[in-house]
Every structure is written in structure tokens, then in C-alpha cells.
Write a protein that binds this ligand. Structure first.
Ligand code: ZN
Length: 678
């Protein structure tokens, strides 16, 4: 168990905005930061991070929490793992509270995993060295030379542009020699247990007899890194025989490390570590098929490129990528396999919340060929010209071969195009796609008018059916529009309102309105307290607290009890800005989740939104609104009492009790005077 002291130190010292910024692009907005939510698909940002309170909240999917929760949710870590990660980055030594036995067990488990990374790291160095030193490595250099990544004569690294050198280094290009036990020997010399090396698939036990043999032999190696830059595996490309120059057709072109406790295929992307900053900067990633495409583009200065590591692009990979950018441009090979991969990627991108575009490279086989033949500028242009994936697929379906097909084939293709359009969730995109399809139909000059009409009619019918089936997915985000949340979010879901109250039949419309109004003002007051919790201790705000009732009063009481525990109060007046906002604020951040856990359900959403996205930037502004609202509440309260008295008076008139009537009239008079004395 990690000690409470350590947890508190992490909370105090780690800045939530810095941590979240590593996977979500955040922009400052008022006192909070906003970005696209990593937990649900959205196009307009509704994910709010409050640096002062160490708290995040999404207006769309309502995910919320502190910096620990964020890491746990985004990276699938346990609490201790998240705590360790944060402690590491803040340079905090972890203090444990556990029995010796527990600690030993936890240490051992952690060391076992650390050992796996360590042996891979050692192997990566060894492979890099083999590329420089081993005699057979010349075949590897030949392959690099063929791709313009090495000098054509003499020293392969002589006169190589710096970008190329950087790429070879960044991707940790290495060479596995043809011998059966070169790495096995080296690791043994280094005192690495064969069990550990077997676990990460660097070596394997011999089928006959004792001992182990190398998994990668005579291959050009790419290290596979995780997003933290740790080596989690390798990908080895086949090379021609050093003697004969023949390529073994029986062997797979690429061999990757087998899955291990630190490497699961389909979970990582080749090149993401090297590309992550550039992807963020461009707000866009380029997805290619092969490792060499990634390295080759990187070496030519196009460095927001990743590849799916030998598998089809998976939803997990899409989600991983989505943490860095909202848009991906597919730059697959022009062959049939590439076309198939593009088709399949549509659903994958959708599942991962990525907007997908498709770039087409004319006349070349793959991005590596293209960039070598035509240069990086041409490739960048092709990427810029990328079209939305739906348009691309329609174009692909209704291409020029359409015209040559027979009637049956044409009907099938039209059907296919219609299916593509109808399967689009977003009505705007769908409408655009339809127009686009019509345009193509016209451009390719469908030979008979009947086909064109058929296309139009079928699309129209499919669209009508789709809209009858109900609202398309992906539209229901509750994210407020810019500026909207600044106005009172008066009726958080399920709050107040006559519709949720027990039926009161004798309630007059005026009183119903008045109660709504009181609730509304109550929430405004609560909002100001949530923005600046230390206002609770401000003598000028006492009246507001007295006037509050119901859920808002309860919430302020909770806020009050949790802030009084966190002395000293936050010095947040604009004249005296807090010297260390993070630190001061996070003391309160400690309690944000605690507060939310106790806030009445009806105003839970309101409170979470307000905590994540404070409305007032300045304390004084909040104070002024608060005091004026307190006055309003008081006036409304008196009016309500008056209305009650009038009602009672009517009742008494009906029953006829002069003494009671007299007492009530005097009470009315007293209240009227109190009201005017405001
Ligand atoms: Zn969300």
C-alpha cells in the first residue's frame, strides 16, 4: 500500500493540466481548460479541466475525477500504478505502508515486469551494434540503401542527411545476425535469465536438447516502443541470403515479437512514440501500412506517421491515436489489400472516435516508394488533398470501371454506394455524400438515364428510411454550445421543477413560478460558492447562506465542511493572486470528489459542471453576484410569506374568525415593513 502521505504529496505537486495535456489537447477557457473528451466521441470540446481544483469533468459523457482517475481511465491503470507513474514524474519517493511480506511480493512483481523492459532494452542496443559491426549486416545496409536511408558507397552513414540519421536512431534500427545463438549468448553473459528473455520472445527453448536459440535471425530490426519510449518488442524484416542474394519465399516478410506481458499486438502503434508530438501539433495523424513507410516518411521530415504493426488497424489502436489527434489520414497501398484495409478502417475509426480521411497516391505502390520517387512535397500535397473516407469509398465504388460493367454489376455497385451513404450517422455528412454520389454519377456519365435515376431514388429512399428509424447515433451529446453554460445551468437533469415534485393541486401558478425562481437563484449562489469556496467564510455572504434552502443549501453545507478542513483558505482575490494556484487549489481538489459524492442527486450534474468549468474568473465578481442574488432571495421569501398570509386570510374569511384575521393582518403589516427595510 502506498502511504497517504505519498498520495497527498502527489496531489499537491502534480499538475493535472500537465498530465492530461499529454494525451488531450487542451485550450484555456476562462479559469478552466477544455478539449475533446478522450472518453467519448465528439467534435466540439466538452471536456473541462479545472487546474485549481485538480478536477476534470465532461459535459457530454459525465466522466469525472482527479488526476489519478484520469490515468486509470485513459491508460487502464490500477490506482497504485497510476500513483507510481505520477510519483515518478514528480520525483516523489514512494512511501509504503504494508507488511514486509506484502511489500516483498509487490516489489518482486514490479521487478519482474521491469526486467522484461530491461532485457528488451539490452537487446535493442545489441541489435543496433550488430548493424554497425556484424559482417552480414551489409545486406541490411543494402536494404536501407535501396530505400535511400544509407549512403550508396563506403561508410553507409557518410553524407547521410541529418533527418535520415535521426530516423535510424529514433526507430532504433538494428540487425539480427544469422547465427542461432548470438543474442542468447550475449544475454547469458549479461546475467539475464533465459526465462526472462523467453518471456519477451527474444529467445526460445530448443525443441531438442537443452538450451535456447535466437528468435530473430538475419533480419533488419525495428524496435517497437510504447508511448513512454520503452522497448516492448521488435519487428524483423526479411533480408536476402548474404551468400546467394536470394530471398526465402517460404519465410514471412515480417516477424514480430510474440505477445508478452508487456506487448500485445493490436494495442500499440508502430512509431507513435516518435510521432506523438508531431501528431498533436498537426492535430492529425497519418496511418500507413508498413514499418518502412513510417521510417521513410519520418526520414523525409513527415513525422506524424504511424502504422498498425502487422495487424489490421484495431479499435484499440484507433482509441490510442484519438488521444493525440481527432483526425487520421489513411495512406494505404494502392493494391487490393490496401483497398480492403481502407474499407475496414472506416468502422474502426468510427469506433475509436476518429475522423478518417483517405489520401490516394497516384501511380506508386506504397508511401515509401512514392516519397522516394516524387519527394516529400508531393506526398504532403497528396495528404492535403485527402477526402473524407465516405466520399473516397463512394468514388471507389462508382469508378470508371462502373461504366464498363453490365447491368447487373451496375445495379450491385449502385446498391453498394447507397448502403455506404445510408450507413453514415451524421446527417450532414450523409447529405454531402449524397450530393457527391450524384456528382460522380453525372461525371462518369451513366450511359442510361435509368441508372442515374435509380441511384438517386434509392439513395433518397434509404435516407428516408434511416430517418424514420430515429435519430442517428452520435448526435445526442449534451455538450453545451460555447457561451451557453455561462448562463445559469438552472435545471440540471432531474432538478426541481413541478414535474418531479409530488403533485400539489392547490398550488397557484405564481407560487410555482416563484419556487422555480428561488431554485434558480439558489443554484446561482451555489455556483458562486463552487467557483470560490472561500466565499463561505466571507461575512458579506452569510445572508446568502441563510437564505438558501433545499438542495443548494445542502450542497453549500457540504462545501463548507470540506473547505474548513483545508486550511489555509485560498487567497484568490485578484489583488492577491495565489502564489501557487496549483497547490492552494489542489488542497480543495482533494475534496472535489468527496463533495460530489454527497451533493444531492438532483443538482449533482450542476455541481460537477461548475467545478470543472467555473463561471467567474474573479472572486469579487462572484461575490457581487452572490450578494445581489441573496437580496433577491430574501425579497422572494418575503413575498412568499405574504402570499401565504393572504391565502390564510381568505380561509379565515370563509370560516369567519375575527381574532385570527386581526392577528394575521398585523403579521402582514410587520412583514411589509421588514421588506421595505431591506
Ligand atoms: Zn466525454
Amino acid at each position: 500500500m502506498i502511504s497517504t502521505k505519498t498520495i497527498e504529496a502527489i496531489r499537491d505537486r502534480v499538475e493535472i493540466v500537465a498530465v492530461i495535456s499529454e494525451s488531450v489537447k487542451l485550450a484555456r477557457k476562462g479559469r478552466s481548460f477544455v478539449g475533446l473528451c478522450p472518453f467519448h466521441q465528439e467534435k466540439t470540446p466538452s471536456f473541462n479541466v479545472n487546474a485549481d481544483k485538480g478536477f476534470f469533468y465532461c459535459f457530454g459523457c459525465k466522466e469525472k475525477g482527479n488526476v489519478f482517475d484520469f490515468l486509470m481511465k485513459v491508460e487502464g491503470l490500477t490506482f497504485p500504478e497510476a500513483a507510481r507513474r505520477l510519483a515518478d514524474r514528480a520525483g516523489i519517493e514512494i512511501e509504503e505502508t504494508a507488511t514486509d511480506a506484502e511489500r516483498r511480493e509487490a516489489d518482486a512483481a514490479r521487478r519482474a515486469v521491469d526486467d522484461l523492459y530491461a532485457v528488451n532494452q539490452l537487446a535493442a542496443h545489441w541489435f543496433e551494434r550488430q548493424l554497425r559491426e556484424h559482417a552480414s549486416a551489409r545486406t541490411a545496409w543494402d536494404e536501407l540503401r535501396r530505400r535511400g536511408l544509407a549512403s550508396s558507397s563506403g561508410d553507409p552513414l557518410e553524407d547521410v542527411p541529418p533527418n535520415v540519421k535521426d530516423a535510424l536512431q529514433a526507430f532504433r534500427i538494428g540487425y539480427a545476425p544469422p547465427t542461432w545463438d548470438g543474442l542468447t549468448h550475449f544475454l547469458a553473459q549479461q546475467g539475464i535469465s533465459p526465462v526472462t528473455a523467453t518471456k519477451v520472445g527474444l529467445i526460445a527453448p530448443r525443441k531438442t536438447g537443452a538450451g535456447h536459440y535466437d528468435w530473430f535471425r538475419h533480419r533488419l530490426l525495428f524496435a517497437i516502443l510504447d508511448v513512454q519510449g520503452r522497448v516492448i518488442g521488435f519487428s524483423g524484416r526479411i533480408l536476402p541470403d548474404p551468400e546467394t542474394g536470394d530471398v526465402d519465399k517460404q519465410s514471412p516478410k515480417y516477424i514480430n515479437s510474440p505477445e508478452s506481458p508487456i506487448y500485445q499486438k493490436g494495442h500499440s502503434l508502430f512509431g507513435l512514440y516518435q510521432a506523438r508530438q508531431s501528431i498533436r501539433k498537426h492535430d492529425e495523424a497519418i496511418l500507413v501500412e508498413g514499418n518502412f513507410d513510417v521510417v521513410s516518411l519520418h526520414a523525409r521530415g513527415i513525422d506524424n506517421v504511424v502504422a498498425p504493426l502487422g495487424t489490421a488497424f484495431t479499435a484499440l489502436q484507433a482509441k490510442l491515436l484519438r488521444r493525440y489527434a481527432p483526425v487520421v489520414t489513411l495512406l494505404f497501398d494502392g493494391d487490393l489489400a490496401g483497398k480492403k484495409a481502407t474499407r475496414e478502417a472506416r468502422e474502426t475509426c468510427r469506433a475509436g472516435g476518429l475522423v478518417a480521411k483517405v489520401a490516394v497516391l497516384s501511380g506508386a505502390k506504397d508511401p515509401d516508394d512514392f516519397v522516394r520517387e516524387r519527394g516529400p512535397e508531393a506526398l504532403t500535397q497528396a495528404v492535403r488533398a485527402a477526402r473524407g473516407i465516405l466520399e473516397h469509398l463512394i468514388e471507389d465504388t462508382l469508378d470508371e470501371t462502373f461504366v464498363r460493367g453490365d447491368a447487373h454489376e451496375r445495379a450491385a455497385r449502385v446498391h453498394e454506394a447507397v448502403k455506404l451513404i445510408a450507413s453514415e450517422d451524421d446527417p450532414t455528412v450523409r447529405a454531402m455524400a449524397q450530393t457527391y454520389a450524384d456528382g460522380i454519377a453525372q461525371r462518369i456519365g451513366l450511359p442510361d438515364a435509368a441508372s442515374f435515376r435509380l441511384l438517386k431514388d434509392t439513395v433518397t429512399r434509404a435516407l428516408a428510411e434511416a430517418s424514420r428509424e430515429g435519430a442517428p447515433r452520435g448526435q445526442g451529446s449534451a455538450a453545451p454550445r460555447e457561451g451557453q453554460e455561462a448562463q445559469n445551468v438552472v435545471h440540471p437533469s432531474g432538478s426541481g421543477g413541478p414535474k418531479n415534485s409530488p403533485p400539489i393541486t392547490d398550488i397557484s401558478p405564481w407560487r410555482a413560478r416563484s419556487r422555480d425562481q428561488r431554485e434558480e437563484i439558489g443554484l446561482s449562489i451555489l455556483g458562486c460558492f463552487l467557483d470560490f469556496p472561500d466565499l463561505i467564510d466571507d461575512p458579506g455572504c452569510e445572508e446568502a447562506i441563510r437564505e438558501l434552502e433545499g438542495d443548494a443549501a445542502l450542497a453549500v453545507a457540504i462545501l463548507s465542511s470540506s473547505t474548513s478542513a483545508s486550511a489555509p483558505p485560498v487567497p484568490s482575490s485578484p489583488a492577491f493572486p495565489p502564489t501557487s494556484p496549483q497547490k492552494a487549489g489542489q488542497k480543495i481538489g482533494l475534496d472535489v470528489l468527496e463533495i460530489l459524492a454527497h451533493v444531492p442527486a438532483a443538482i449533482h450534474t450542476f455541481a460537477a459542471q461548475r467545478l470543472a468549468s467555473p463561471r467567474h474568473e474573479h472572486r469579487e465578481e462572484a461575490r457581487v453576484e452572490l450578494v445581489s442574488n441573496a437580496q433577491k432571495l430574501k425579497r422572494l421569501g418575503l413575498s412568499r410569506q405574504k402570499a401565504q398570509v393572504v391565502e390564510a386570510l381568505h380561509r379565515i374569511e370563509r370560516t369567519g374568525d375575527p381574532a385570527a384575521e386581526d392577528a394575521l393582518l398585523r403579521e402582514m403589516d410587520r412583514r411589509a415593513r421588514e421588506k421595505h427595510g431591506l
